[in-house]
Design a binder for this molecule. Structure first.
Ligand code: G3P
Length: 217
C-alpha cells in the first residue's frame, strides 16, 4: 500500500517526507493556485525533493494543447507523472503518452465506466474522488469497491487505483480494506494518522514514572 501526499506546498511536502512514509506526491491546479508562484519551478522543486512519482496536472482542456503541455510537464523530471482529466481529449492524450511509455494519472474519475476507459487507454493510475462523491449525497467508497472488483476481473488491465479526495481517516481505513494500491492523502489527514488519546496518556505516564524512579538512560 502506497501513501501519496496530496499537496503542492514544498514546505509541507518536506516536513512529511522526513517521516519516511510518503511514497509519492499528487497535485492539482487548485493546490498550485493556493500556493501561487511559478508552476514549473515549484513542480521541479517537488520532483527533486521526492524519489517517487509526482502527478502534475495539465490545465489545458483540448487535445492539441494537452499534448504540448504534457510534453512540458513530463520534461520537468523523470519522476513527473502527467495528470489528465477524464474527458475524451484527456483519454486521447492518455493513450498518446501511455503508448510512448509515459505514466499518466487519469483524474476526476466519478464512475466505473470512466475507470474502465482510462485503463483501456493505458493509464498507469486512475484517481476516483471519494470525498466529492460523498458531497453529492452518495457513497464514494462504493465506487472504489466497484472499480477494484472490475479491475480484478481483468488482470490484463494494469491501471492502479489511486484513491483521491480522501477527507478523513475512515476513508483511508476503508480503501485499505478494499485493497487499493495507493491512497493520496492531504497533509492534515496524514498528520492525524497517529492520533490516539491512549498513546498520549501512555507516553505521559511512562515519562512520569521514569522521572520519579531516578533511573538514568
Ligand atoms: O488531488 C485530487 C484530490 O485529492 C482532491 O481532493 O478534497 O479537493 O476533493 P478534494
Amino acid at each position: 500500500m502506497l501513501f501519496f501526499l496530496d499537496s503542492a506546498d514544498i514546505k509541507e511536502i518536506e516536513e512529511l517526507l522526513a517521516f519516511g512514509i510518503v511514497d509519492g506526491i499528487t497535485t492539482n491546479p487548485s493546490l498550485f493556485a493556493a500556493i501561487g508562484g511559478d508552476f514549473y519551478k515549484i513542480a521541479k522543486d517537488i520532483c527533486s525533493a521526492v524519489d517517487g512519482p509526482v502527478s502534475l496536472e495539465a490545465s489545458s482542456t483540448d487535445y492539441n494543447n494537452m499534448l504540448q503541455e504534457g510534453e512540458k510537464i513530463l520534461g520537468i523530471a523523470d519522476n513527473a507523472v502527467l495528470k489528465l482529466p477524464m474527458t475524451w481529449p484527456g483519454i486521447k492524450a492518455c493513450k498518446y503518452f501511455s503508448d510512448k511509455g509515459h505514466r499518466v494519472n487519469m483524474t476526476l474519475c466519478f464512475s466505473a465506466a470512466q475507470a474502465l476507459v482510462a485503463a483501456k487507454a493505458g493509464a498507469t493510475y486512475v484517481s476516483p474522488f471519494i470525498g466529492r462523491i460523498d458531497d453529492t449525497g452518495h457513497d464514494g467508497l462504493n465506487l472504489i469497491e466497484d472499480i477494484n472488483e472490475i479491475y480484478m476481473n481483468y488482470p490484463e488491465l494494469n491501471t492502479k487505483i489511486l484513491a483521491a479526495s480522501i477527507r478523513n481517516i475512515y476513508h483511508l481505513h476503508q480503501v485499505c480494506k478494499i485493497g487499493t494500491s495507493i491512497a493520496t492523502i492531504p497533509a492534515k489527514i496524514m498528520k492525524q494518522l497517529l492520533d490516539h488519546p491512549l498513546t498520549d496518556i501512555g507516553v505521559k505516564k511512562f515519562s512520569e514514572d521514569w522521572k520519579k524512579s531516578g533511573l538514568k538512560i
